[in-house]
Design a protein around this ligand. Structure first.
Ligand SMILES: Cc1ncc(C[n+]2csc(CCOP(=O)(O)OP(=O)(O)O)c2C)c(N)n1
Length: 331
């Protein structure tokens, strides 16, 4: 199956600026995270989403408040685009009680029930059965909701992927599967791990509509995701979207990146989703230097406030270490 020929209408200028703003927020937030990591304010593992912003931002536009989102350990972008506050994400990474997961999960385990953001999951493929379970609950209770599940192409090698595809299709569950195919699972190129590298084709063998889309083009992603979400909400069962993208940074903060050529990275950076979209908006007169400057200022302010909030927070007390391991008794 080839790239789905998405030819949707161009977004109106205001919507276009919103999409750009969201992508820039993620980019600038994570660039700041790199500094904070080097300063040891953020500890533990950290995986950046830089280069892949168009996927989370485009897909999130197709979702409603009542829908659920399940992501991976590379989820700062998904959380921000879903509406989890930058402050609670930053406080989480600082290990503070005020963080989304009380500072217990760190970068990889951001949860926020109010925005129905169900992780943040360190286990490759681990979010898939969770999403299927959430969708099963919606189906059993007759709620017309979508559960959107993001995962990398590395998850396709997991048994959980196949079990989840099978049950979602067999039971007609309302899941929007979004595979973020950035070609590499840590240092392993997809061609070294998959006999069939066409992921949408694999998914379609489970009897669900499956399409590939240019994951560097936020307009194309949004258009494809809207179509998918409408179908899922209408009760036709699961839908699969493969977004072809690329991470510009290393897998995590501890990766010397010896497995890919600098030239390949350079080539992909020419398709930077933010630069592509900014150029497109400029071409259509939707942004100019002044509006871009204001957008950057606004984002910088939001991030500075998030850092101040995280700095001022309280470290999770050691006495509480065993708390929440099991659910507290219901009142
Ligand atoms: C079940 C499991 N196996 C192995 C790992 C180690 N691991 C962490 S990230 C990763 C690669 C996953 O790649 P992909 O799913 O493509 O996501 P990406 O990092 O590219 O976003 C692996 C193998 C893990 N976390 N969980």
């Amino acid at each position: 199956m080839d790239l789905d020929p998405v030819t949707g209408p161009a977004p109106d200028p205001e919507h276009g600026r919103h999409l750009l703003h969201e992508m820039l927020r993620i980019r600038r937030f994570e660039e700041k995270c790199v500094e904070l990591y080097s300063a040891q304010k953020i500890r533990g593992f950290m995986h950046l989403y830089i280069g892949e912003e168009a996927v989370a931002v485009g897909v999130m536009e197709s979702l409603e408040r009542e829908d659920a989102v399940v992501a991976t350990y590379r989820e700062h972008g998904h959380a921000l685009a879903r509406g989890v506050s930058a402050a609670s994400i930053m406080a989480e990474m600082f290990g503070k009680v005020e963080g989304a997961s009380r500072g217990r999960g760190g970068s990889m385990h951001i949860f926020d029930a109010t925005t129905r953001f169900f992780g943040g999951n360190a286990i490759v493929g681990g979010g898939l059965p969770i999403a299927v379970g959430l969708a099963l609950a919606d189906k059993m209770r007759g709620r017309a909701r979508v559960t959107c599940c993001f995962f990398g192409e590395g998850a396709v090698a997991e048994g959980e992927f196949h079990e989840s595809m099978n049950l979602a299709a067999l039971w007609g569950l309302p899941v929007l599967f979004v595979c973020e195919n950035n070609l590499y699972a840590m240092g392993t190129h997809i061609e070294r791990s998959e006999a069939e590298t066409n992921i949408a084709l694999k998914a379609s063998s489970y009897e669900m509509p499956a399409w590939s889309v240019d994951g560097m083009d936020v307009v194309a992603v949004e258009e494809a995701a809207r179509r998918a979400a409408v179908a899922v909400r209408a009760g036709t069962g699961p839908y699969f979207l493969e977004c072809r993208t690329y991470r510009f940074r290393a897998h995590s903060m501890y990766d010397p990146e010896l497995y890919r050529a600098k030239e390949e990275v350079r080539m992909w950076k020419q398709r930077d989703p933010i630069e592509l979209f900014t150029g497109w908006l400029q071409l259509h007169g939707a942004v100019d230097d002044e509006s871009l400057r204001r957008m950057e200022e606004e984002i910088a302010r939001e991030i500075a406030e998030a850092i101040a909030f995280a700095e001022a927070g309280t470290p999770e007390p050691v006495e509480d270490l065993t708390k929440y391991v099991y659910a507290e008794r219901a009142p």
